[in-house]
Design a protein around this ligand. Sequence first.
Ligand SMILES: [Zn+2]
Length: 380
Amino acid sequence: MATNINIRRDVKDPFYRYKMPRLQSKVEGKGNGIKTVLPNIVEVSRALSRPAAYPTKYFGNELGAQTKIEDKNDRFIVNGAHDADKLQSLLDGFIERFVLCGSCKSPETDLLISKDQSIIRKCMACGHNSDVDMRHRLATYIIKNPPPKEKKGGKHASSGARQDNSSASGSANGDEIDVLAHGTAQLDISADEDDDDWGYDEDAAADIPVPSGGLAQSPDDEDDEDDVDPFDQLGDYINGGEYDDSAIYAKAVELGLGKNHRTLVVVIQCLFEGSTTLVKDIAKHHKLLIRFGKSDKHQRAVIGGFERVVEANIDQLLSKLPAALMALFEKDIVEEDVFLDWSKKPSKKYVSKESAKKIHKAAQPFIEWLENAEEESDSD
Ligand SMILES: [Zn+2]
């Protein structure tokens, strides 16, 4: 079938044995609610032996867009309008980073999570173990939502995925897909109790909830909507429609998050990710950003939220950061002392160490301005 393409698109050989369906995308809605549904991401992911949530999240990370993952309904959504070609190109990056063996470039690999919480691609072809770049945002997600392991001869072997992979394989390549389907990982196949993610480094970014449907679909709470993390519920709510700030605040209160400083991180990511007009949008939402509380913790969470927003779109937003921080200062959302305290040391509480360093460097003009302003007012 013409819709099957080589998993490695740089390989032009038509007889290359590893194929996947060509990615499809379907834009729905309009205005701020516009979104891209990925109708065949399940089939594509099955060919890659990865849960469909992984490439979906990866698209979100790369595009700085929110994602919605409804495993149960096989609905995988990226906010914004994205055509299939662009997503296919992004998928190449996902495959390179999270699928292909780092040594022989075979796509027949399993993802394993090591004791020290790093992710390894174990190659079935050559036996090589290659590390995954843990600085990528998706790595954090994978640690929190590990791929279900294929139990040796156990009843949880991923036969479920294997049985219906005929729908993925199209026609002639059924055998090859079957080979690829080892360890095929759909989040709903088997929750793995051994991989308890609570032991994860407390200081790492994973500690702070990421507002997306994704975390709501961790294997443990898959069957019970009521267990869904309230932060995720709030994120889904904000992303699910066009609500004004008072409705967002009311929803947060309803979920018991009205005073929680971490709510700010979720709200800021939902409202600001994808924005390139941070200053304008801060002016628009400044009342909401104060409403959750004004303690130092709250103010640090505001900065953390914006660190994440910048990290998600770092090429475009890094240069706009000083103006955004200035807007937070002028609107009395974050005070001078908190900024100066924050500026002392890049923290990986909300973003990767690497991003935190870049963000601090970019913020320097604003911080210097603050320090000078302080001296001037002191000498008055
Ligand atoms: Zn290999």
